[in-house]
Design a protein around this ligand. Sequence first.
Ligand SMILES: NC(=O)c1ccc[n+]([C@@H]2O[C@H](COP(=O)([O-])OP(=O)(O)OC[C@H]3O[C@@H](n4cnc5c(N)ncnc54)[C@H](OP(=O)(O)O)[C@@H]3O)[C@@H](O)[C@H]2O)c1
Length: 262
Amino acid sequence: MELSFGCILSSKTNLKCGRKVYTFSMAAMEFENLFIITTVSAIGFISVFKSFINFLRWVWVMFLRPSKNLKEYGSWALITGSTDGIGKALAFDLASRGLNLVLVGRNPLKLESTSSEIHEKYGGKVGIKKIVIDLAKSSGKEIAQVIEEEIKGLDVGILINNAGVAYPYAKFFHEIDSELAESITKVNIEAATWITWSVLPGMLKKKKGAIVNIGSASTVVTPSYPLYTIYAASKAYLAMFSRCISLEYKQQGIDVQCQMHC
Ligand SMILES: NC(=O)c1ccc[n+]([C@@H]2O[C@H](COP(=O)([O-])OP(=O)(O)OC[C@H]3O[C@@H](n4cnc5c(N)ncnc54)[C@H](OP(=O)(O)O)[C@@H]3O)[C@@H](O)[C@H]2O)c1
């Protein structure tokens, strides 16, 4: 037995070995090859299978899963930046599902016109409350106070932190004017944090709620996003903020999502 072991380890010894030992050495090599082939095939199979399961899950989520009754979270949804773009579209979508809306914006005229458009389309069925506040010009605590005061007595089940400020065009970090830098950090980071802070206690009481933070694909698609540094960093904050509070409050019935738009 000792000799045959030596044969496997040393090819010189192998040549001098008898037939039995040679056969044993070949068998060991075959076993080794078989082991490598089986292991590589298993790893390949597992990764293909995993991709297939992910694909099936994507098809299910995108096309087949029945949509949730969002009113189960509560009868009101609060949306920041609801006077334009994605926020406005979300306001219309939520109104179509029968939710009442708290529209947060800085421009009273735009708020009024959004509100009338929604009423025109969905009639008087949708209750709308407007909160006029400039999220870039108020401190976090001021924002929280205003929101807390305005939503008192409302069953707010959904919060959408959508308001966001981006660069008008690519700029080096040292070229950004202080006003833009401040707006980005205040609206994208501070306002989202403090509004969540003021809406969350109501959700915790009911043990249900949904918080949707509108992030950016820059956080996940690229390893870095130069020339949009503060914007990208602010959205990375939002992604991490979302992941953390999701874990903190999942057990309390609160769903948190960070949507990564491109
Ligand atoms: N569109 C994209 O391609 C894209 C891609 C990735 C991520 N996103 C994110 O998606 C969100 C919405 O983007 P969007 O393209 O729909 O933006 P948008 O069309 O520029 O609308 C932004 C909304 O935020 C409001 N807002 C801006 N500054 C505010 C402030 N200081 N106080 C209160 N409200 C303020 C705006 O109000 P006013 O009407 O008064 O200006 C507007 O209602 C943002 O968070 C953005 O970063 C967008």
